[in-house]
Design a protein around this ligand. Structure first.
Ligand code: APR
Ligand code: PHB
Length: 394
């Protein structure tokens, strides 16, 4: 088989890149290791920046998001027992965020791809990338016991943190920056009305908590837990009891509990690979970087990576110019490091770092108190949360 771009991975990065390339008339094949229902079974963050919603609109998959997504003009930060509202709209000249689950974004992109009749190979086993240091890369894979080869011009590594693309880059050409946090997030999804109409981020001596939502009848909550905790230790009742302890009395009183639809523990990591281009292979999304979920930046970063990548590929094919592909890595990394910084910082001020002693909690309280009483502090949170403009700092 022959195509212009082989995309590895049918997560949000690969699927959105597929749509962007399709709109530009560039052929692409997506290879995905899992089945579609497995991909859709993964539950991840659900806050989209305006840049991401505009991209989904651009590729024609924004309809359901606008109909079912919840537009939020602010969120609450709770510390020292008191809630403070971050008025995103006021602090950023009218910007808002869209609360719409990543699972739904993925589903909309999958449906659009199927409707357009574009090729996706699910359950592609043993995917391997070859010759990406030449002008004629190849990708091989197995499906139903048969071996296949795709000849292409470019390979897009949209295969997530555990993918094959980053792992295939020459070790001497790659530098990885990593920080693993000493706790995880225990998440619970339930068909209960959200405790509040906006999100609540909680700093509590017992640990961080987050009240999020998927709709007016579906809630998503998180608790900071030790990395050693096992999911079996957390009954639904234990989860709700602990969440109540971390909320203010009004929210604890209002919290509606119910059986969990899903419950899992995820580790928190800051990770960046440099560079994001190896000859004719590019990394995008989680394949190149991971943020801790505290600022919900993962999907937003993935979306801008693939937008930059599709622009670069369009420039290559339409103008015969390599300037875009040459600049891809640097351009993405600038934005990635800004989001990494915000996600790390927001994580640092909101979680309980027991290893760092009681002084850490006191310093956090002082910092949060300062931020809430400073227009500059509030703006810093707000402008990063809604997402810095694509041309920030240029
Ligand atoms: N061969 C084929 N497919 C693979 C391989 C492989 N060797 N390895 C991984 N994949 C697939 C995975 O099964 C997955 O479906 O690549 C896909 C990567 O998807 P994601 O992990 O969702 O990564 P990405 O598309 O970059 O999405 C970024 O997801 O993790 C969140 O917070 C993150 O919101 C961000 C978004
Ligand atoms: C979520 O709804 O899952 C969510 C929301 C905001 C975050 C992280 C996760 O910062």
């Amino acid at each position: 088989m022959k195509t212009q771009v082989t995309i590895i991975g049918a997560g949000p990065s690969g699927l959105l890149l597929g749509q962007l390339l399709h709109k530009a008339g560039i052929d692409a094949v997506i290879l995905e290791r899992q089945r579609p229902d497995y991909v859709l079974g993964r539950i991840r963050a659900g806050v989209l920046e305006q840049v991401a919603t505009e991209l989904l609109d651009e590729v024609g998959v924004g309809e359901r998001m606008h109909a079912e997504g919840l537009v939020h003009g602010g969120f609450d930060m709770l510390f020292n027992g008191v809630r403070h509202r971050i008025d995103l709209e006021k602090l950023t000249d009218g910007k808002k965020v869209m609360v719409y689950g990543q699972t739904e974004v993925t589903r909309d992109l999958m449906d659009a791809r199927t409707a357009a009749g574009l090729p996706t190979v699910y359950q592609a086993a043993n995917v391997q990338v070859h010759d990406f240091d030449t002008k004629t890369p190849r990708v091989t894979y197995e499906k139903d016991g048969q071996s296949h080869t795709i000849d292409c011009d470019f390979i897009a590594g949209c295969d997530g943190f555990h993918g094959v693309c980053r792992a295939s880059a020459p070790r001497s050409a790659i530098k990885e920056y990593e920080k693993v946090y000493p706790f995880g997030w225990l998440g619970l999804l339930s068909d209960t009305p959200p405790v509040h109409h906006e999100l609540i981020y909680v700093n509590h001596p017992r640990g961080f908590a987050l009240c999020s939502q998927r709709s007016e009848t579906r809630s998503r909550y998180y608790l900071q837990v030790p990395l050693t905790d096992k999911i079996e230790q957390w009954s639904d009742d234990a989860f709700w009891d602990e969440l109540k302890l971390r909320l203010d009395p009004e929210a604890a009183e209002k919290l509606v509990t119910g059986p969990s639809l899903e419950k899992s523990i995820a580790p928190l990591r800051s990770f960046v690979t440099e560079p994001l281009r190896f000859g004719r292979m590019f990394l995008a999304g989680d394949a190149g970087h991971i943020v801790p979920p505290t600022g919900a930046k993962g999907l937003n970063l993935a979306a801008t990576d693939v937008k930059y990548l599709s622009n670069a590929l369009v420039e290559f094919y339409s103008e015969k110019s390599e300037a875009g592909i040459d600049g891809y890595s640097e351009r993405c990394l600038k934005r990635i490091w800004r989001a990494e910084r915000f996600s790390w910082w927001f994580t640092s001020i909101m979680h309980n770092f027991t290893d760092e002693g009681a002084i850490n909690g006191k310093l956090q309280q002082a910092e949060l108190d300062y931020l809430m009483h400073s227009e500059a502090g509030l703006k810093t949170i707000a402008e990063n949360y809604v997402g810095l403009p694509l041309n920030f700092g240029e």
